[in-house]
Design a protein around this ligand. Structure first.
Ligand code: ADE
Ligand code: ZN
Length: 360
């Protein structure tokens, strides 16, 4: 396979064999908002089912509205579309639709964010949301063999007191939650605002993560690590602006869940060639590739892989590393992580690229 030992760099023609290898390899998706997987056709179908009228004439008009200036302009649309989700069946159908798309992209495990406050604030009870999502996850595992976990995200534009109320609602069924996260508008809402809430989440024995340095400064990564004690950073792509933060991420083996098409569509970077993913990898940071909100940002996991490969022409060893990072950073028992990595190794060997020969 051409490109096996190449440094990569994006100047030559992209090796389609490498793209095919990266798209077909088994991988975990660790940064996916289930509300962000609501495709226009499902949004309109659910609106009809629930007799809700959406503020767009049709699917094409909704698709046309997805021209974002920044994170907040996306969030306004994303929260508006979530209004069609009302019953357990709606959440189940949304979950199953995502898992089918993910499975088609070689995803064998997904750790999925959901925003309960978005739903409870408009009168949809927490158990309705949880029941539907969990049913979809069970069906996905049975039908597709994809395992999944659920990460409850607090909305950072709300107060910490409101976060405590959301946590209270979850306490009765804590065994159905695999971790806690922090999302929504980053600017002006530093991780430290939620220090006591995250202390409580950790005391419940769950891993915690937070969006940081997507739009906000690298210091938000430091806050998320020191004050929230997160196990992974979601996005973190602005870490390269602070060499000390970058070196710390590498030294401590903190995974970043990077979402390249999201960063493009939210104008974090003007074009893919300006993305900091190569710089993060070169610094030894444990980066992973994810789709964030695929229905809004132009694609699922393999669409992200294809866009990255077109820009950077990575060699197979980089794709191996990215997939391996996704398994190593998953909140799953070690035995399962080792099984996934063994399957990844076998996949590369079958394609004639032996991971044992890749430089460490
Ligand atoms: N909620 C859904 N997608 C998000 C993102 N990319 N950043 C912050 N909050 C989000
Ligand atoms: Zn996100």
């Amino acid at each position: 396979m051409a490109g096996t030992g190449a440094a990569g760099g994006g100047l030559g023609a992209v090796d389609d064999g490498v793209t095919a290898l990266a798209c077909s390899m088994p991988k975990a998706e660790l940064h996916l908002h289930i509300e962000g997987a609501l495709e226009p056709d499902l949004a309109f179908a659910l609106a009809r089912r629930n007799r809700i009228s959406l503020p767009w004439a049709d699917e094409a008009a909704l698709t046309a509205a997805k021209d974002f200036q920044d994170l907040q302009s996306f969030l306004d649309l994303y929260y508006a579309c979530a209004a069609v989700l009302r019953t357990p069946e709606d959440f189940r159908d949304l979950m199953l639709a995502y898992l089918r798309r993910a499975a088609a992209d070689g995803v064998v495990h997904a750790e999925i964010f959901f925003d309960p406050q978005t739903h409870t604030e408009r009168g949809v009870a927490y158990p309705v949301v949880l029941e539907g999502l969990r049913e979809g996850m069970a069906l996905g595992e049975r039908e597709l063999g994809v395992t999944s976990g659920l990460i409850l995200c607090f909305l950072r534009h709300l107060t910490e007191a409101q976060g405590f109320l959301a946590l209270d609602a979850a306490l009765g069924s804590l065994d159905l939650i695999d971790g806690f996260g922090l999302d929504s508008g980053e600017r002006g809402n530093p991780p430290g605002k939620f220090q006591r809430l995250f202390e409580r989440c950790r005391a419940l024995g769950k891993p915690v993560v937070a969006h940081a340095a997507e739009e906000g400064p690298p210091s938000y990564i430091t806050e998320a690590l020191d004050l929230l004690k997160v196990r992974r950073i979601d996005h973190g792509v602005r870490a390269v602006e602070d060499p000390a933060v970058l070196a710390r991420l590498a030294r401590e083996g903190i995974a970043l869940t990077v979402c390249p098409l999201s960063n493009l569509r939210l104008r974090v970077f003007p074009h893919m060639a300006a993305h900091t993913l190569p710089g993060l990898l070169a610094a030894g940071v444990r980066a992973t590739i994810n789709s964030d909100d695929p229905a809004y940002f132009g694609g699922y996991l393999n669409d992200n892989i294809r866009a990255v490969q077109r820009a950077f022409d990575f060699p197979p060893r980089t794709w191996y590393q990215l997939a391996r990072n996704s398994f190593e950073a998953a909140f799953a028992p070690e035995a399962r992580r080792l099984q996934w990595i063994a399957a990844l190794d076998a996949h590369f060997r079958a394609a004639g690229a032996d991971p044992q020969g890749f430089p460490r």
